[in-house]
Design a protein around this ligand. Structure first.
Ligand code: PHE
Length: 487
């Protein structure tokens, strides 16, 4: 509408002198007119010059009086034409502000006699203040003295008005041409392209923001940990086996079959396939024997070991299941020392809360060599954890069925100002290593920790459900830092 009006007007006239007057004359909204002028100017259909004008607008108080009359006017009309009215009664008829200003102004105008009794001094009055306010509201120009007076009474305030004067521009046409953005097959076939005008390339346009991939914090911390292990000369173990047999997850680790951790409360057992297909039979036999009656200097657990129990499939409860397979495989060849690590997912049937999920990730490291001692384990743990920024360590005796001695690892957290548990460790028992066939003087030192714990500390996340699972906010993954100091 506004565009047609402007271009049409310029076809017959030299210029639009004032966009404000033009809008008023054509019944258009001035903001619309201004927007169209800016757009036409951008495409050089018109030349436009800024016009700035100081105008006046009514204040809230001014608006009130424009509607209800000035205070002096209201006061005058509240006084009866004949006789008069006691001052207190008049006061009750008006608002306190209107009464106060009204008295002063009406007396100054000599409209009323102010005493105990208020009475009219003149027959008729003209409420000029109200009329002037209405004129200003209407956009009319009024006398400078009147402006001064109204401004003095804070009934009007200045405002800058912006508009344009407009002439034809170098690309003027009575109608805007549509530029074509894309060259199509049809245009080429029909030959239409010859008559069309194409939109210029805008090399300054920003283009679509690129949504690249974003790594999850767990992926980033896993990568950093992997680098640390590789720098320390560790090889990564193959962990692509979420479903494991009870045998490798528990029995091979000398974990008795009545152990509470095997209980369905902690372990997810599989319905189908419910059992494993094959196990190395001679090794199974040695594991059965060590559980039932010991050997290698051990008394065993003295119970009837069940093959059915060992065959049961489960979701692995720790990555130590992978370590037991790897050590068994290592024992089948002439011995070479090894440093192994793994970082992958494990599953436990636990009640989910702000620090526990039914699935999480474990980081595990182990070194297998002749004659290793607990001192070696402590030394390696210091090396490993100081690379994570945790130089202050303490150890507490602990129990695992497959390690002896076992130690919980604590690190002093400067931010929290206290010791926090960061992992579990130990030396694998002879009851685990010797049935595999490893040489008698070979010792294995090992440790494990969760990937979630250091990640949460590093990224300041205190509810694990914000880090992993279906409630995670994808925005968090998009905005978290690409890299960080510390781990
Ligand atoms: N498997 C143990 C756990 O799940 C961690 C661990 C690994 C402990 C190796 C000792 C040695 O907590």
């Amino acid at each position: 509408m506004a565009e047609e009006a402007i271009l049409g007007y310029l076809a017959k006239n030299e210029e639009i002198a004032d966009s404000g007057e033009f809008a008023a004359k054509h019944g258009l909204d001035h903001d619309d007119v201004v927007n169209v002028i800016k757009s036409l100017h951008g495409f050089q259909y018109v030349d436009a010059q800024d016009i700035k004008r100081e105008t006046w607008v009514l204040t809230d108080e001014g608006n009130m009086y424009a509607a209800a009359g000035s205070p002096e006017g209201q006061l005058f009309f509240a006084v009866p034409a004949e006789g008069g009215i006691p001052r207190e009664e008049l006061q009750k008829k008006l608002s306190p502000l209107v009464f106060k200003i009204g008295c002063a102004q009406a007396a100054k105008n000599k409209w009323v006699d102010m005493g105990k009794q208020v009475s009219r001094k003149v027959k008729h009055v003209e409420d000029r203040v109200k009329d002037l306010l209405l004129q200003i509201k209407d956009g009319q120009v009024i006398d400078q003295d009147d402006i001064k007076a109204l401004k003095g009474r804070k009934l009007i305030a200045p405002q800058t008005w912006n508009g344009y004067s407009v002439k034809k521009g170098p690309s003027y046409a009575p109608q805007r041409k549509k530029f074509v953005a894309d060259l199509t097959r049809e245009m080429l076939q029909s030959g239409d392209w010859k008559n069309l005008e194409f939109k210029e390339y805008n090399f300054n346009a920003k283009g679509q923001p690129i949504e690249g991939g974003h790594l999850h914090p767990l992926n980033k911390v896993r990568h950093q940990l992997r680098m640390i292990f590789l720098q320390m000369g560790f090889e990564e173990m193959p962990t692509d086996r979420f479903v494991e047999s009870s045998f490798w997850n528990f029995d091979a680790l000398f974990q008795p079959q009545q152990h509470p951790a095997r209980d369905a409360h902690d372990t997810f057992y599989l319905k189908a396939p419910s059992t494993t297909k094959e196990l190395p039979e001679d090794y199974v036999e040695r594991v059965k024997r060590v559980h039932e009656s010991g050997g290698y200097g051990s008394r065993g657990y003295d119970y009837n070991w069940s093959r059915d129990e060992a065959n049961k499939n489960l979701l692995r409860t720790h990555t130590t299941a992978v370590s037991s397979r790897m050590l068994y495989m290592l024992a089948q060849k002439p011995f070479t020392p090894k440093r192994y690590f793994s970082i992958d997912r494990v599953f436990r049937n636990e009640a989910v809360d702000r620090t526990h999920l039914a699935e999480f990730h474990q980081i595990e490291g182990l070194i297998c060599d002749r004659g290793l001692t607990l001192g070696d384990l402590i030394g390696v743990l210091h090396d490993f954890f100081s690379r994570l920024g945790m130089a202050k360590l303490r150890f507490k005796p602990a129990y695992n069925p497959y390690t002896e001695p076992s130690m919980e690892i604590f690190s002093y957290h400067e931010g929290f100002g206290k010791w926090v548990e960061v992992g579990n460790s130990g030396m694998f028992r002879p009851e685990m290593l010797l049935p595999m066939g490893l040489p008698e003087d070979v010792r294995v030192i090992a440790w494990g920790l969760s990937l979630e714990r250091p990640t949460m500390i590093l990224y300041g996340i205190n509810n694990i459900r914000d880090l992993f699972g279906h409630k995670v906010d994808l925005g968090l993954i998009k905005i978290n830092p690409i890299c960080g100091l510390g781990v």
